[in-house]
Design a protein around this ligand. Sequence first.
Ligand SMILES: CC(C)(COP(=O)(O)OP(=O)(O)OC[C@H]1O[C@@H](n2cnc3c(N)ncnc32)[C@H](O)[C@@H]1OP(=O)(O)O)[C@@H](O)C(=O)NCCC(=O)NCCS
Length: 161
Amino acid sequence: MGEVSRTPNLTGLRLREMTPDDVPAVMVLERALFPADAWSEGMLRDELAEPTRHYLVAVSGDMVVGYAGLRFVPPEGDVQTMAVSEQVWGHGVGSAMLTELLEQARERGVTHMFLEVRSDNPRAQRLYGRFGFVQIGVRRGYYNGADALVMRRVAGEGDDE
Ligand SMILES: CC(C)(COP(=O)(O)OP(=O)(O)OC[C@H]1O[C@@H](n2cnc3c(N)ncnc32)[C@H](O)[C@@H]1OP(=O)(O)O)[C@@H](O)C(=O)NCCC(=O)NCCS
């Protein structure tokens, strides 16, 4: 997990595994970035305690500016969550975290990755689309006030693996 390039406004951006000590900072972002569907702190702590999860944070200086989580049950995996501080959107933090999650998934034998994304969130949908995720279904009323698009990425299809 090295330095992320193309991030001129971010000093020394690094990705590392999330620890319980990161939970308060992550919860601040969670509540700001998912106003309608924020997880509780307990949900996040439960996730971190699960052996089938891998969560990471993106850190700039000593600030947590993003986080993302993987659930892996090979050959399947899920992007559990992903978010970036709005102040640094558009500088590649989301792409860097998704690249790392997909690598972590690949190392664990995951070939089929799934995720749900709000139907009214084109920004995230574009990001996932660039990484080879394709919509395979819709879950009506999955979120507060929106449907979920179900997206899937199959290793070797539509990417260069
Ligand atoms: C969706 C989200 C995670 C994207 O994070 P991000 O760090 O902005 O993502 P990136 O910077 O990698 O990519 C976003 C855009 O910036 C562009 N970009 C990336 N690096 C760039 C750079 N160095 N210079 C200019 N633009 C850049 C990308 O091309 C992309 O453009 P697009 O939106 O037109 O496709 C973020 O917007 C977010 O946290 N949203 C709220 C929570 C959320 O919706 N999470 C997903 C739930 S499923």
